[in-house]
Design a protein around this ligand. Structure first.
Ligand SMILES: [Mn+2]
Length: 319
């Protein structure tokens, strides 16, 4: 795990030297990217600087109860006007589209915890060992002795709770718990954030999950639990592909299973497979995904293939 002392110092220096700063959240924004950019925004604003937050997608409706903040669309902004641009979380989900148009005098900082990030900026703070970008930004504040007020604490906890699945995923280290504890002491409203991010499910999401759970099948030999979602079901439930994301995680909680797979039909005849497992189950799902040309982490991986899903007696197959 890198501690980024030098990078944190440099980033804070550049922030202080820049009057006009752009923060960039990834497309289909989640709690981690939102928490990251808003925590940084709060700090940068307190220094009396001009700061904007951009994203190719609108601010998530479900986070409205936590903040009145809004995103700006990149094409509504004069991107050449920013001295410093900081992209936080999944920097290859949106930010790479604007990077080419920036000029050499502008400083780019990338903060991410995804593996396989290939783009680089002037300041690179990228390490997949961290639970969330909010954990990294917490360290940035701590290292630079920046006061974490109630607002910043709430944003950072939002990101940590989102990316650890409320401390359920294997990325929940003792350090993550320490940070969360400190953020609560600073006034972060834990219960409210949990309610907002996880208890607030749309009826369309629940209907779609219902379809997937109803059809789930367990293969006793491999310990796999599998289910499928067709494009038709997505449309019938008025659900989005985002609503599929957690299904594999929930299926993986069924006792006696070793890993879960959810197959879902996407646009252009693509089928997406998402695997999940847990540390104690002793399965490396990235190796299974690799057999289908995919990849990812040991406990969460995926692949994409062209084809159609066909039901068989003890599962489904892709034809
Ligand atoms: Mn994240």
């Amino acid at each position: 795990m890198q501690n980024f002392s030098q990078e944190f110092h440099t980033l804070n220096y550049v922030i202080k030297e820049s009057d006009n700063i752009l923060l960039f959240a990834h497309s289909r924004p989640d709690g981690d990217t939102v928490g990251s950019v808003l925590a940084l925004k709060s700090y940068i604003q307190s220094l009396g600087k001009k700061v904007d937050v951009a994203c190719f997608d609108p601010f998530p409706v479900y986070l409205r109860s936590l903040t009145d903040e809004q995103f700006k669309l990149p094409n509504q902004l004069d991107l050449s006007g920013y001295k410093l641009i900081i992209a936080a979380d999944s920097v290859e989900r949106g930010f790479q589209k604007i990077q080419a148009g920036l000029n050499n005098s502008q400083i780019i900082a990338l903060i991410d915890h995804h593996p396989d990030i290939t783009i680089r900026g002037d300041i690179n703070i990228i390490d997949s060992e961290y639970s969330s970008v909010c954990e990294i930004i917490y360290n940035f504040f701590a290292k630079n002795k920046i006061e974490i007020n109630r607002e910043i604490a709430a944003y950072l906890l939002l990101g940590i709770l989102s990316d650890t699945g409320i401390f359920q995923h294997s990325n929940t280290t003792p350090r993550v718990m320490e940070i969360a504890s400190h953020l609560m002491k600073k006034g972060a409203p834990m219960a409210k954030i949990v309610d907002t991010t996880f208890a607030n499910k749309k009826i369309s999401t629940l209907k779609l999950w219902g379809r997937a759970f109803e059809k789930a099948k367990i293969n006793p030999e491999s310990g796999m639990i599998v289910s499928v979602l067709t494009k038709g079901e997505l449309e019938e439930c008025d659900a989005s592909t985002e609503d599929i994301a957690q299904v594999a995680g929930i299926l993986n909680t069924v006792p006696g299973t070793k890993f879960s797979l959810i197959l879902s039909e996407r646009d252009d005849g693509i089928i997406k497979g998402s695997f999940r497992s847990e540390e104690y189950k002793g399965v490396d799902v990235s190796r299974i995904a690799a057999q289908f040309g995919g990849g990812g982490h040991r406990l969460a991986s995926g692949f994409e293939v062209k084809g159609k899903i066909q039901e068989t007696e003890n599962g489904w197959r892709i034809i």
